[in-house]
Write a protein that binds this ligand. Sequence first.
Ligand code: SF4
Length: 376
Amino acid sequence: MDIAVILTYRCNSKCSMCHVWQFPTLQKEEITLETLAKLPANLDHLNLTGGEPSLRRDLMEIVELLYPKARTLEISSNGLFAARLEPIVKKYPHIKIRFSLEGSEGTNNRIRGEKNGYTRKVNGLLRLKELGGADLGFATVIQDDNVDEVVELFRFCRQQGFELATSTLHNGFQFQKTDNIPYDRIRVAKCIEQLIEEQLRTWEIKTWFRAYLNLGLIAKVTGLKRMLPCTAATDFAFIDPWGDVYACNVRPDLIMGNLETQSWTEIMNDRLAAGIRQRVNNCTQNCWMVGSARTAMRQSGWIEAPKSTPLIWVIRNKARITWGGRIPFENDIDYSKVYRDTLVPERVSFLDQGANRKVQIKDDLHYTHLGEFINR
Ligand code: SF4
């Protein structure tokens, strides 16, 4: 199973597409080492995320506790406090680190609301490389404001020996946003096509499957059906800073239990969990979050192996690109059926704006008061 733990909702970025920084948690109420110790020991991928995980003063202790529990332990960070990760990378050079980066200096800083963010992230990741970090990369949220730069960002990452993880705009409780909609779905999708072609020109198998993952992003961006069925609550789960366990980070109604008061086995074997798996099967959201996409692409009994659909797509299209052909995107994406939005709210840059924050306390009503998080 893959698990993502949202260690905190405190964050020192001010992103336009994620407003969690406006609703920080109280440090003293955030998930404890004692609760995290209840996680099972045979996980595939365990992602420590936020908010900004490096704001947790006990991050090293958290890593020491969880590193042995997963085949891959990831820290998803904004990279603004990269120096805090240096002792972790020195001790665990194979830990996976991803810093959010949205493109060139101006683009990144505008989208993420980060003064000097680009320089701090790039220098920070280079420093982690010097220290021996073996699994380093950037993560970008593809959207109207950076999609022109994504191929260039991919090339930059390859030159530096870094990975590039991609996602796109979503509405979800983790982001406290219900209005993340692309301004121009077709333009964004067409630019992602170029990234896919670039990825298939490489000779890295992992990158070819990222190309398929990006095909799924086109389906999401255009409002078409998910490429593969979701396996939330079976193959992955999310835990929020109060220890509440959810099937995914989109739907707050898919709450399975609380790790502070229950054991992991109780939560996963409960009748409630069985009912939630049923609701996941019937979920009509057109989301393609990294967690749900990665797990949907792999075999359930043999997780290193891809399912036949992505495998065949990769083989066919790698061959086409290699022999100078083109990828027939129209076979998978019906551009005549792109979702038509009635209203697309503007996303605002908070780079030069002050920050209004309202602390969320444990006893508050979380997420549901914001309405539904719908993805088309
Ligand atoms: S498809 Fe539904 S259950 Fe699966 S991750 Fe998306 S919102 Fe959650």
